[in-house]
Design a protein around this ligand. Structure first.
Ligand SMILES: [Cu+2]
Length: 163
């Protein structure tokens, strides 16, 4: 059974009054000024430029992750696994230039450590574990050929030639 709302007479009159007020014709709106299509195009172009520049900036790799030597692996690195390596195996660095950056593009931890036996009196360095996506950098201050390897996977070897 539908609900019927009881409206007292006095209120009914008011409702009618309000309804009457609503039906009064609205004054005609002021004619809209014709929008300039070039203005719209200019706004769209500006938005596209802003979005484009933002997208470009966001896709740029942060400078800290710019790597010189990439560490790669197959997630296993069983002994003498050739797919676990430093790329390039030999890298030319500038003495007192910007440091050489190793980046782990693999999935498991690696290290970068100088082979003191092969390098003689050259400065030494040993990184801590470099996890997936992490970097390690070393600045070369003495010219020479630096043999290095991964302490976790000692068959992974590389060379930095600092000149
Ligand atoms: Cu390793």
């Amino acid at each position: 059974m539908p609900k019927t709302t009881f409206i007292p007479k006095a209120r009914q009159a008011r409702v009618i009054q309000v309804k009457k007020m609503e039906t009064t014709p609205k004054p005609p709106e002021a004619p809209k000024s014709k929008s300039n299509p070039w203005k719209l195009i200019a706004i769209v172009v500006v938005i596209l430029i802003v979005v484009g520049v933002a997208a470009y900036i966001l896709t740029l790799p942060p400078p800290s992750t710019a790597a010189n030597v990439h560490i790669q692996d197959d997630a296993a690195c069983s002994p003498n696994d050739a797919s676990c390596l430093f790329s390039p195996a030999s890298y030319n660095a500038t003495v007192n230039g910007s440091g050489v950056v190793w980046k782990n593009d693999g999935t498991i931890n690696h290290t970068v450590a100088t082979n003191a036996t092969q390098n003689g009196s050259l400065p030494t360095f040993t990184s801590s574990n470099i996890g997936h996506g992490q970097t390690y950098s070393f600045s070369f201050t003495a010219a020479g050929t630096y043999h290095y390897y991964c302490t976790i996977h000692p068959w992974m070897k590389g060379i930095v030639i600092a000149k």
